[in-house]
Design a protein around this ligand. Structure first.
Ligand code: ZN
Ligand code: ZN
Length: 367
């Protein structure tokens, strides 16, 4: 099968790989839709991701497809220390295999699964699991889903669900996490900073929840998209130094909630300036590791601000994301504005790194 391999900084090659045989509990997905993502662009530019991917490695993580092979059933594991059978928690499924997944099942899969055993998993904070198992390899004809992912974050699609829509499940799961952490509710005035796919998804979901949404970002097509998705005010931040002025003019720091979906220290700092007294800021965009920010303590304290940062998703928010997709609230047509064959993926990432402002590109893995 053909697959994109990340070899390091700005190095992707399309290679022919021999599909490996399945271990118990694993399934193989014939990929029908793979989407580009801002995280993949970051990884392409850096050549690695500390948590998610170490080259050389198959690349890409937003996908949907059809199960083409199912491994042997997973037998309950034995604890190596005492040999006793590991007990199933109430409601936990210990086995996958012919009974649960079948060849021909239409599915979406998240890009990680939590361990279920660590302190954070025990607190229902699976997004912070100490042992997240990541899955990469969406830019390929097929992918093997490890047993843990097949158990926890492989989701069956309704018969009419389009694969392109379903491939949005993972990024949308992160957005749902961000919105739930904020306890966003109808009537709130929200500013989204950043017009990438994540910022635009925040606009769509917040609008659906009944918020009044403003967006500050760049790129004519992306800003147009923000308006189409329901942003009442759109601020062109092509010149970052003008952004603060533009937002203050628009709003006089009257936002109940500000979501930073860029991942730059300067926009983290700006977000705190634009929220109202008693409001909340979600530092959603991850900055390069080692970055620091400088924040006005008096403003934070005397304005009673709530500052939080959402990372990743949980099995629950992944499922909620697929519900939003399958109820037609989030559609690929609103976010996917280009298509590219797998063979041209290296050039596509070069152009994204050079600043092409496509929102998301559908990668055709079967040419
Ligand atoms: Zn993504
Ligand atoms: Zn865990």
């Amino acid at each position: 099968m053909k697959a994109a391999i990340l070899h390091g900084k700005e190095q992707i090659k399309i290679e022919e790989l021999t599909p490996r045989s399945l271990e118990p509990g694993e399934v193989r997905i014939d990929i029908q839709a793979a989407l580009t993502c801002g995280t993949d662009l970051k990884v392409f530019k850096r050549g690695y991701h500390a948590k998610m991917i170490a080259p050389p490695a198959v690349f890409g993580h937003e996908l949907a497809g059809v199960i083409s092979e199912v491994g042997a059933p997973l037998t309950p594991s034995l604890s190596p220390s005492d040999g006793e059978r590991v007990a199933a928690q109430p409601g936990e499924r210990l086995s996958v295999g012919p009974g649960e997944w079948h060849v021909g099942d239409r599915v979406a899969v998240a890009n990680s699964a939590p361990c279920g055993d660590c302190f954070f998993c025990g607190q229902n904070q699976e997004n912070l699991c100490d042992d997240l198992l990541f899955l990469n390899g969406a830019y390929a004809e097929s992918i093997v889903v490890p047993a843990r992912l097949a158990q926890k974050n492989l989701l069956r699609l309704k018969p009419g669900t389009d694969f392109r829509d379903a491939a949005l499940t993972e990024p949308l799961g992160c957005v749902v996490q961000g919105i739930e952490d904020l306890k966003l509710r109808a009537g709130q005035r929200l500013l989204v900073i950043g017009s990438g796919p994540i910022g635009l998804m925040f606009v769509a979901v917040a609008k659906h929840l009944g918020c009044t949404v403003s967006l500050a970002g760049r790129g004519d097509n992306r800003l147009k998209k923000a308006r189409q998705l329901g942003a009442a005010t759109v601020i062109d931040a092509a010149n970052p130094s003008d952004l603060a002025e533009a937002v203050l003019k628009e709003s006089r720091a009257s936002f109940d909630v500000v979501i930073e979906a860029v991942g730059k220290p300067e926009t983290w700092e700006a977000a705190v300036q634009w929220v109202r007294k008693g409001g909340a800021v979600n530092f959603f965009g991850g900055c390069p590791s080692g970055s620091t920010v400088s924040l006005d303590t008096a403003r934070i304290h005397y304005s009673g601000l709530t500052l939080l940062a959402s990372f990743h998703h949980t099995p629950r928010t992944i499922r909620r994301a697929l519900e939003l997709i399958e109820s037609g609230i989030i559609k690929a047509a609103d976010f996917v504005d280009g298509e590219c064959p797998l063979s041209e993926l290296p050039q596509l990432f070069q152009s994204m790194a050079a600043g092409n402002r496509a929102v998301k590109t559908l990668v055709r893995v079967h040419e």
